[in-house]
Design a protein around this ligand. Structure first.
Ligand SMILES: O=C(O)C(=O)C[C@H](O)[C@@H](O)CO
Length: 266
């Protein structure tokens, strides 16, 4: 019996758009609730959510046998944390702030077993191998890993072709908020200059045969990104959903008009 099939990676390869949601509450219960909401993937945010390894593992577990695929973002793309996340069953990774082919190549090695990489052998202790109940896990795991790197700075923008060309990078994900910030447009990810950069990154990513990803909490902006060719996209966050729904309920009961003001980033 082989490593679990990565349904998200397979969908991208078949050209099937994948709709996602950001999970930053740091709650396995919330992740389990959201797994029934019809999204193709859920991003477990270890960069901006109050997540540690036990919490991320619990969220991976909450999604484990659901139709919603777990995508995990570590705080940084470092081999030691990727090793732990892999053994906990993560198969799809979103790595923040990648700015060179050298960084991307190191990430590819970190998520693969030798001879193609440096991943330590320990999955027999973890969910990845169904706790050592998957006889062929070691020899089949590499192919079911999906590595997505974030391009979200001027340096990453300048290096997009070398990054997208790296064998083993399956997709490029744009972080509009951080990209805007680095472009001197903090809090304004919808600025024309940012859209121009996104358009270029998408075009070069497509040229290298890789998947194009992005996120937004604005549905009009999501339509623009979809028209630009996004292959996978998050259209909201659990935090925003909770805040907006709770405040809308209060206003509705009290008969209040209008909506709460939000900050520029998300
Ligand atoms: O820079 C971005 O935009 C992202 O990478 C997404 C954000 O980190 C996250 O805050 C989404 O809410």
């Amino acid at each position: 019996m082989a490593a679990p099939k990565n349904t998200f990676k397979a969908a991208l390869r078949e050209g099937r758009f994948q709709l996602g949601l950001w999970a930053a509450l740091g709650s396995a219960y919330a992740a389990e609730i959201l797994s029934g909401s019809g999204y193709d993937w859920l991003l477990i945010d270890g960069e901006h959510g109050p997540n540690d390894m036990p919490l991320i593992s619990a969220q991976i577990g909450a999604l484990h046998r659901s139709p919603t695929h777990a995508m995990v973002r570590p705080p940084m793309g470092e081999a030691w944390i990727l090793k732990q996340l892999l053994d906990q069953g993560a198969q799809t990774f979103l790595i923040p702030m990648v700015e060179s082919a050298k960084e991307a190549e190191a990430l590819v090695r970190a998520v693969r077993y030798p001879p193609h990489g440096i991943r330590g052998v320990g999955a027999g202790l973890g969910r990845a191998s169904d706790f050592n109940r998957t006889p062929d896990y070691l020899t089949t795991a590499n192919d079911e890993i999906c590595l997505i790197v974030q391009v979200e700075s001027r340096a990453g923008l300048a290096a997009i072709d070398e990054i997208a060309a790296v064998e083993g990078v399956d997709g490029i994900f744009i972080g509009p908020s951080d990209l805007a910030a680095d472009m001197g447009l903090l809090g304004n990810p919808g600025a024309p200059e940012v859209l121009a950069a996104i358009t270029h990154i998408f075009a070069r990513t497509k040229a290298h045969g890789k998947a194009r990803g992005i996120m937004t909490v604005s549905l009009p902006q999501a339509a623009v990104y979809r028209d630009l060719g996004a292959d996978f996209m998050a259209i909201g966050t659990d935090v925003n959903c909770l805040v907006s729904a709770a405040e809308a309920l209060r206003r509705s009961f009290l008969g209040e008009e209008g909506s709460e003001k939000r900050g520029g980033g998300y």
